[in-house]
Design a protein around this ligand. Structure first.
Ligand code: SF4
Ligand code: SF4
Length: 295
């Protein structure tokens, strides 16, 4: 059973998912090659001790995997298992798992046999007892913008076991690297938004962020049934992938979000689109000012 009390207080400035001050973070930066001893298994005395009273943020791919496991729509899954929270310092809406109302505040997916959604468990659970933090670009040394750290909680007996890993081996074994690959663009958006400080964005931008973060079906419809493909120059091969591959769809969604939220040139406009938009804007101005010069 692996879990992570969301991310923690190793460095609140660089940790966009920080939720709790109480986690036991070892304040040492780890690299992919750092070694540690750990093993978690059903016979261990603390089995499932870590699956309660935790705050787990669900990035887009985590949410998608879980809701698809249950064959549920985004809306039904969120209503049944999640909360919507405003993430501190980004002021953006994110989804967290709702703990049950029992005394321990158990995770909705924990069972006496362990994690009942193990194959689709959230990335925080995959990482545990590690965590990953992402540096803002300007703080990154030689292009390296991620590092890892250890979370040691007194109830966790996994550290007393003899199995040794490198951080890289652990991430691959837990398929945390697969989740990172799909969620990375979303994390970059959180970090970018955080760099704007407490400045609130227009509500429409928060809504776009929430739609893209939670509802891949909606975004796919938006791509294929709006003027999206007439507006942006997307290679045909990529369009075909996006049609059926959720990970590719999410990556396109993050690029669109960056352009919509931060006016970044992440997507290229088709030839003539900008000229047509300018003409439309000019026509509106002519109508408003009736051919007179603006004052
Ligand atoms: S999702 Fe699974 S591993 Fe994660 S806290 Fe819940 S029961 Fe534990
Ligand atoms: S060894 Fe640690 S991760 Fe595994 S069940 Fe025990 S507390 Fe949880």
């Amino acid at each position: 059973m692996k879990k992570e009390k969301a991310l923690n207080n190793f460095d609140e400035d660089i940790d966009p998912l920080k939720k709790s001050q109480t986690d036991k973070v070892v304040p040492i930066k780890l690299t992919e090659k750092s070694r540690f001893k750990f093993r978690c298994h059903k016979g261990i005395s603390c089995f499932t001790a870590c699956c309660s009273n935790i705050n787990i943020v669900l990035p887009p791919y985590d949410l998608l995997r879980l809701r698809k496991r249950f064959g549920m729509t985004t809306e039904d899954f969120i209503n049944k298992y999640c909360e919507i929270e405003i993430l501190a310092k980004t002021l953006l809406p994110v989804i967290t798992l709702r703990m049950q109302s029992d005394e321990k505040r158990s995770c909705p997916f924990v069972s006496p046999e362990g994690c009942s959604v193990y194959e689709d468990r959230p990335s925080n659970c995959r990482y545990y007892p590690l965590g990953m933090a992402t540096l803002r670009k300007k703080e990154a040394e030689s292009g390296k913008d991620e590092f890892f750290f250890m979370v040691k909680e007194s109830h966790c007996k996994g550290f007393e076991e003899d199995k040794e890993w490198t951080v890289d081996e652990w991430r691959k074994d837990q398929e945390a690297d697969v989740y990172d690959d799909v969620n990375r663009g979303w994390m970059d958006i959180l970090i970018k938004k955080k760099s704007f400080g407490e400045r609130e964005f227009p509500e429409i931008k928060n809504q776009m962020f929430f739609m893209v973060s939670t509802n891949t079906d909606y975004f796919r419809t938006f791509v294929f049934e709006s003027s999206f493909l007439d507006t942006y120059d997307i290679p045909a091969e990529r369009i075909e992938k996006v049609r059926t591959d959720d990970a590719e769809l999410l990556k396109l969604a993050y690029e669109w979000l960056r352009s919509a939220m931060f006016a970044e040139e992440t997507l290229i406009f088709k030839e003539g689109v900008l000229a047509a938009r300018k003409e439309q804007a000019d026509a509106v101005m002519r109508k408003v000012y009736g051919g007179k010069d603006k004052e």
